[in-house]
Design a binder for this molecule. Structure first.
Ligand code: NI
Length: 136
């Protein structure tokens, strides 16, 4: 099996908040990330597709095609947006890196034209990232 990766970046703001908890509990749990008007990150997204090289092209998936799929279905919708308010597929979701990665997976899974979506890695800071490999 071969794994090909495309990296894309986007900038977005978010606020971590669980409406089922009190304001005090939210502040204790999310600290600065609960700031009422939100705060921003420069996110780095890595999308990994697994497969065998197509004998005709030698590609698992043409990385230009993968780039365009990610930009169309993810980056265009997230870049320079507030993840709590502006993004249709994030409505009602607490935008932790974990939940953003799952939402990105759900956007991409059936759009990958060759190979199979293997992993969505999302770096929220230089030191913190999450990786989602699907439910199975
Ligand atoms: Ni944050």
């Amino acid at each position: 099996m071969l794994y090909v990766t495309r990296r894309e970046v986007f900038s977005a703001s978010h606020r971590l908040h669980n409406p089922d908890l009190s304001q005090k509990e939210n502040e204790e749990l999310f600290d600065k990330c609960n700031n009422y008007y939100g705060h921003g990150h420069n996110y780095v997204l890595e999308v990994i597709v697994a497969g065998k090289p197509n004998p005709q092209t030698g590609y698992v998936i043409d990385l230009k095609v993968l780039r365009d799929i990610i930009r169309e279905h993810v980056i265009k919708k997230l870049d320079h947006k507030h993840l709590n308010y502006d993004v249709d597929f994030m409505k009602g979701i607490n935008p932790t890196a974990e939940n953003i990665a799952i939402a990105i997976w759900d956007q991409l899974e059936d759009k990958i034209s060759e190979g199979k979506l293997y992993s969505v890695k999302l770096y929220e800071t230089e030191n913190n990232y999450v990786e989602f490999k699907g439910e199975n």
